[in-house]
Design a binder for this molecule. Structure first.
Ligand code: HXC
Length: 534
C-alpha cells in the first residue's frame, strides 16, 4: 500500500473531515482540538528537559511531510483527560523509502506501555511485516504500566515475540531518547541496532530506587544505564549520539546501507570513479607499518579503500580491538570487519568476538557482502579471558562466519595467526575469496613461541651459556620466519586465491564482489535450526 493510498484511508476515518464517520456519542468530539491540546501538553512536558515531543521526533526523522499517523486517538478517552495512547505510530519515508515508525510519548503516563500502546505497536509491526519495510522505534518510557499489571506485561511479551519474528526479515532500529526501564529494555535489545544519546538516554532492567532497595547500592541513572555505559562498557548500544539530531542523522545513514527486507538486494548508488578514491587506494600500504608488532589505525585503512572515504562505524567505543561498520565499494553497500592493531594489538577477546559475530549475522541476514581485513595476532590469552568464557563466546564468531552465505571477501594485510586466522573470514570457514599482501605472516603461531616448542632440546643443547642459547633460538626463529611464516603454503594449498600488490586492494575487493553478485545463497539440508553458542 502506498503512502498516498494510506493517507486517503486515514483522512476517511478522520471524523472532522467526514462527519458521518464520527462515533455516535452524546456530544460531538473535536478531534482536531484534542490533537492540538495533546501536542501543546507534550511540548510543555518535554522541552524544558531538552527533549522533543514524539511527533517532533518523527518529523525530524522522516522526509518532509511524509509522516502518516495511524490510530491517532486510539486508547484515548477525552472524558478522563487522556487524549490518546502513550505512543505515536505511523508510516513515513526516509530518503524516499518507506518505513514504519513508532515514538513513545512520555507526556502521557510516562510513555508507559499498557493494552492500548501494545495494540498500536503490534498493529504497526504486523503492517511492517506485511509490507516488508523497516521498523524504527523511538523509546522514551517508564516501561510496563504498573496499573495494568499482567495486561501490560503480556503486551511486552507479544512485542518481544513479534520483534523476533521480524528479526532478519526486516531491519529494526531502536532509538533510546529517554528512559527505557524494566524488562522493556529487551524490546530494543532484540532489534538490530540501538542508538542512545549522551543526555536523557537510559536503559536498565531495574532503576536506581530498586537497586538501592535490593542491594543497598547508591547509583545514579547514568552510572546504571547511561549512553556512555552502554556504548563503552556493556556493548548494548551501537552508537552514542551527541543529541537527538545526531541520533536521527545516524539512523538515516544506517538505513542507507540496509535493504528494506531480506529479499531485497542491498542498496546501491551511482558511483563515478574519482581521482581522490584512486589516490587513496594507492596510498594504503603506507598506512600499515612493516614491523608486524607496530600498531596503526585500521579505520584509516578502511577509509582509503571505500567510496569517498565514507565509513559508518558501528559500536565504535566497545570492544575496540575490532572494527565493524558499513561502507560502499563501487556504489554497493558492504559490511566491513577489521582487526584494529591500535587496541590490544588487534587480539580477539570475548567482547570483540561477540561484537563481530553479531555484525556478521546482521550482514548475512540482509544479504550485505562482508569484507574482512585481517591483521590479528590471535585470541587474547590468559586466565581473565578463559574465565570470561573465550571458548563459548569466541565460538560465536566462528558460528557467524561458518553459517554466512552472503558474499565474503577477505584480505590479509599483515599477520594472521592461529585460531584467529581461521576465524577472521578464512576460506576454510566460508569466505568466497581470500587474498594476502606479499609480506603477510600466516602461521599457527609466531616464531618465538614456535621455536620454544619445536626446538626445545636443540636450544638447550646450545647451552649452558645463556648467550649461546639465545643465539640458537634467534637462528631457529629466523629460519622459521623465512620458511614457515609466509603466505606461500597458503597459496599452494588454495587457502589464498592470490598475493596482491597492496595498491590493488580496493580493485581486488571490487572485482571479487562483482563476481559474487549472483552467488547462490540457498541453504543445504532440512533442519529446524542449528544450535549455535548464542
Ligand atoms: C505507571 C509510570 C511508570 C510505570 C512512570 N510512570 N513509570 N506509571 N507505570 N512503570 C509515571 C509516573 O507516575 C509519572 O506520572 C509519569 O509517569 C512521569 O514519571 P516521573 O517519575 O515523574 O518522571 P521522571 O522523574 O523523569 O522518571 C522517569 C522514570 C521513573 C525513571 C522512568 O518514572 C521510573 O523509575 N519509573 C519506573 C520505571 C520502572 O521500574 N519500570 C519497570 C516497570 S516493569 P504522573 O501522573 O505523576 O505524571 C517493566 C517490565 C516489563 O517494564 C516486562 C517485560 C517482560
Amino acid at each position: 500500500m502506498s503512502i498516498s493510498t494510506l493517507r486517503g484511508i486515514v483522512s476517511r476515518v478522520m471524523p472532522t473531515r467526514k462527519p458521518h464517520a464520527t462515533p455516535v456519542t452524546a456530544t460531538r468530539v473535536d478531534y482536531a482540538k484534542i490533537a492540538a491540546t495533546a501536542e501543546e501538553k507534550a511540548a510543555a512536558f518535554q522541552h524544558p528537559k531538552g527533549k522533543n515531543t514524539a511527533r517532533e521526533r518523527l518529523n525530524m526523522l522522516l522526509d518532509a511531510d511524509s509522516f502518516v499517523e495511524i490510530g491517532q486517538f486510539a486508547g484515548g478517552n477525552p472524558a478522563t483527560g487522556f487524549l490518546g495512547a502513550a505512543v505515536v505510530t505511523g508510516f513515513g519515508e526516509i530518503a524516499g523509502r518507506q518505513v514504519a515508525v513508532y515514538a513513545q510519548d512520555f507526556s502521557v503516563r510516562g510513555g508507559t506501555l499498557g493494552r492500548a500502546e501494545g495494540q498500536k505497536i503490534l498493529a504497526l509491526m504486523d503492517k511492517a511485516l506485511a509490507m516488508k519495510i523497516p521498523i524504527i522505534s523511538m523509546l522514551d518510557s517508564g516501561g510496563a504500566r504498573i496499573q495494568e499489571g499482567v495486561i501490560a506485561l503480556s503486551q511486552y511479551g507479544r512485542i518481544f515475540k513479534k520483534t523476533c519474528e521480524a528479526s532478519g526479515l526486516i531491519p529494526q532500529i531502536s532509538m533510546i531518547l529517554g528512559p527505557s526501564a524494566g524488562g522493556a529494555v529487551y524490546a530494543p535489545a532484540l532489534t538490530d541496532f540501538i542508538i542512545m544519546t549522551k543526555e536523557n538516554s537510559h536503559m536498565f532492567v531495574t532503576g536506581p530506587e530498586v537497586v538501592k532497595a535490593v542491594t543497598g547500592e547508591n547509583v545514579s541513572m547514568n552510572e546504571l544505564g547511561g549512553g556512555e555505559l552502554h556504548n563503552f562498557q556493556s556493548g548494548v548500544a551501537h552508537y552514542l549520539a551527541d543529541d537527538e539530531v545526531d541520533a536521527i542523522d545516524y539512523v538515516r545513514s544506517l538505513l542507507s546501507y540496509l535493504p528494506s527486507n531480506c529479499d531485497e538486494l542491498p542498496p546501491s548508488y551511482t558511483y563515478t570513479p574519482s581521482v581522490e578514491d584512486e589516490k587513496a587506494a594507492a596510498e594504503v600500504q603506507a598506512l600499515v607499518p612493516e614491523d608486524s608488532r607496530k600498531p596503526y589505525d585500521v579505520v584509516e585503512v578502511i577509509e582509503h579503500l571505500v567510496d569517498y572515504g565514507e565509513f559508518l562505524e558501528i559500536s565504535q567505543g566497545f570492544a575496540t580491538s575490532i572494527v565493524i561498520g558499513f561502507a560502499c565499494i563501487n556504489g554497493s553497500a558492504v559490511g566491513i570487519v577489521a582487526d584494529q592493531p591500535n587496541h590490544n594489538a588487534g587480539t580477539l577477546d570475548v567482547d570483540a568476538s561477540e561484537k563481530a559475530a553479531r555484525f556478521v549475522r546482521c550482514c548475512d541476514a540482509y544479504g550485505i557482502p562482508i569484507v574482512t581485513l585481517v591483521d590479528v595476532p590471535g585470541y587474547r590469552p590468559g586466565t581473565e579471558q578463559e574465565q570470561a568464557g573465550i571458548i563459548r563466546r569466541g565460538a560465536k564468531l566462528i558460528y557467524a562466519y561458518a553459517n554466512a552465505t552472503t558474499p565474503m571477501v577477505t584480505i590479509i594485510l599483515r599477520k594472521a595467526y592461529g585460531g584467529a586466522y581461521i576465524v577472521m573470514g578464512s576460506k576454510s570457514i566460508g569466505a568466497d575469496f581470500a587474498f594476502a599482501w606479499p609480506d603477510a605472516e600466516i602461521a599457527v603461531m609466531g616464531a618465538e613461541g614456535a621455536v620454544n616448542i619445536l626446538h626445545r632440546r636443540e636450544i638447550k643443547a646450545a647451552g649452558p651459556n645463556e648467550k649461546d642459547m639465545n643465539q640458537a633460538r634467534q637462528r631457529l626463529a629466523d629460519e622459521y620466519q623465512a620458511n614457515v611464516i609466509n603466505p606461500a603454503l597458503s597459496v599452494e594449498e588454495g587457502e589464498l586465491d592470490g598475493i596482491i600488490d597492496p595498491v590493488l586492494t580496493r580493485q581486488t575487493i571490487a572485482e571479487s564482489l562483482e563476481i559474487l553478485r549472483t552467488k547462490d545463497r540457498s541453504h543445504p539440508g532440512p533442519k529446524r535450526h542449528s544450535n549455535g553458542p548464542l
